[in-house]
Design a protein around this ligand. Structure first.
Ligand SMILES: Nc1ncnc2c1ncn2[C@@H]1O[C@H](COP(=O)(O)OP(=O)(O)OP(=O)(O)O)[C@@H](O)[C@H]1O
Ligand SMILES: C=C(C)CCOP(=O)(O)O
Length: 238
């Protein structure tokens, strides 16, 4: 079993609210067919701008949840077009802060040949509500479900020493310890690349390999799901 996160940068345009980038999910989904996986989609331009504008006010929470539901429907439909049938599972129903309180819906979906689909969300906490990133959901589900590997799919092909495309930026092949890198695709309230590196290292410390790949790199994802190590992605090593 694998955990695959479709990053918000890969499936939306994070510089423009409500901009779904069609075709990315269906392109990569064929690699998942017949291989059990828990899927997570990032919130991208369907939640980060809302949280930034309204905060976690009742209005902000309602708007953000509505936008996320819309994004989840696009993802489910595109997966289904590619023959990958997802069961949406609302993180706010099964997480308390960053703790999963009910794993049965995820396990049941896997046992029935479906792909559980979660997403970065607003979840209940001891005081009110908090934002949980899909990256943190990947970490918490890794602890609970022990997948073979975790894959973060982005609109770029790995983690770079500086924002990709800027002079001198080079791709990092292996992340073995914390590195000081900032960056995101656009409006972001969950820590961008810095968060993704911290989560990757925490997963790797559990003995589970982590890959950061482009959502357009079908060959790499196929290799990972066959238990191999692609050269074209950044890896965080146990
Ligand atoms: N040093 C860097 N290495 C890799 N990507 C970077 C870097 N700096 C900036 N970026 C940008 O960060 C984006 C990926 O980070 P981001 O936090 O947006 O991830 P995501 O998981 O795709 O989004 P979301 O949090 O919405 O799910 C890419 O679009 C990339 O262009
Ligand atoms: C902004 C919200 C509500 C969730 C963020 O999740 P992410 O896009 O996976 O970081």
């Amino acid at each position: 079993m694998y955990i695959v996160k479709f990053g918000g940068s890969a499936i939306t345009d994070k510089t423009k609210p409500y901009t779904y980038v069609k075709g990315r999910i269906s392109y990569i989904a064929s690699t998942l067919r017949g291989r059990p996986a828990v899927l997570i989609h990032g919130a991208g331009s369907f939640a980060h701008p809302h949280v930034k504008t309204y905060g976690l006010t009742p209005l902000g929470i309602a708007y953000t949840k509505a936008a996320l539901k819309r994004l989840t429907s696009y993802v489910i439909e595109e997966l289904a077009e590619a023959g990958v049938y997802a069961m949406p599972i609302e993180p706010s129903d099964i997480f308390w802060r960053d703790t999963p309180t009910r794993l049965e819906p995820i396990k049941h979906a896997l046992e029935n040949g479906l792909y559980p689909l979660l997403h970065g969300d607003i979840v209940p906490a001891d005081v009110g509500y908090v934002v949980i990133s899909g990256d943190d959901i990947a970490l918490q589900l890794t602890k609970a479900l022990k997948p073979n590997a975790v894959v973060f799919l982005m609109d770029v092909d790995g983690i770079y020493t500086a924002p990709p495309g800027t002079p001198g930026a080079s791709k990092i092949q292996r992340i073995e310890s914390d590195i000081d890198i900032e960056g995101t695709a656009g409006i972001d309230v969950t820590g961008g690349v810095r968060k993704k590196i911290a989560v990757g290292l925490a997963i790797a410390a559990l003995g589970i390999p982590v890959f950061y790949c482009s959502i357009m790199d079908r060959e790499a994802v196929e290799k990972i799901l066959e238990g191999k190590t692609p050269e074209s992605c950044t890896m965080a090593e146990p």
